[in-house]
Design a protein around this ligand. Structure first.
Ligand code: IMP
Ligand code: MG
Length: 172
């Protein structure tokens, strides 16, 4: 069994999400925000965020695979599941679990902006800016973290640990 250390506690994550939800509620007052979650990692973050937004919210999901068969990035992003609904004219916020190289986000931003949303922003729970290979930045970031492999709050290691209520690191 691997041992998991706490990098960001449940209390800290929750407090930050409350702050972000308040910011979004203020910024989009009078509008409906359409949250798009990238499966499966962003689901936990998206639910917590959506619950705390006080203006009307609608949701949709998409799924992409960032990597080829190996453990190293192929740089190729493939669309596995597209959105159920059109985003034309909507106030879209793309919800990501983590930004690493930036390849996934840059692909998603490209295909979604072509669909003419009224506005388009990106919020990420975690960002590892030191790992970026594509020149792209999220509009809102909950936490910047160092270059360490993290799990929990939706993030997995071989599909495990997504359900941890905090951001953890696997200790050797
Ligand atoms: P990017 O396209 O390189 O930015 O990759 C982003 C994706 O890689 C995320 O959506 C995660 O699925 C995965 N990823 C990157 N870093 C981590 C990590 O530390 N833990 C778990 N998954 C990660
Ligand atoms: Mg992901």
């Amino acid at each position: 069994m691997e041992k998991i250390g706490v990098l960001i506690s449940e209390e800290k994550v929750n407090a930050k999400i409350v702050e972000m939800a308040e910011k979004i509620s203020r910024e989009y007052e009078g509008k409906t925000v359409h949250l798009i979650g990238v499966l499966k990692g962003s689901v936990f973050f998206m639910c917590e965020l959506a619950k705390r937004i006080t203006i009307p919210v609608t949701l949709d999901f998409m799924s992409v695979s960032s990597y080829g068969n190996g453990t190293t990035s192929s740089g190729v992003v493939k669309l596995i599941k597209d959105l159920d609904e059109s985003i034309e004219g909507r106030e879209v916020i793309l919800v990501e679990d983590i930004m690493d190289s930036g390849r996934t986000l840059s692909y998603l931003v490209k295909i979604l902006k072509e669909r003419h949303p009224a506005s388009f922003k990106v919020i990420t729970l975690l960002d590892k800016p030191s790992r970026r290979v594509v020149d792209i930045e999220p509009d809102m970031t909950c936490f910047e973290i160092p270059d360490r492999f993290v799990v929990g709050y939706g993030l997995d290691c071989a599909q495990k640990y997504r359900n941890l209520p905090y951001i953890g690191v696997i200790e050797e």
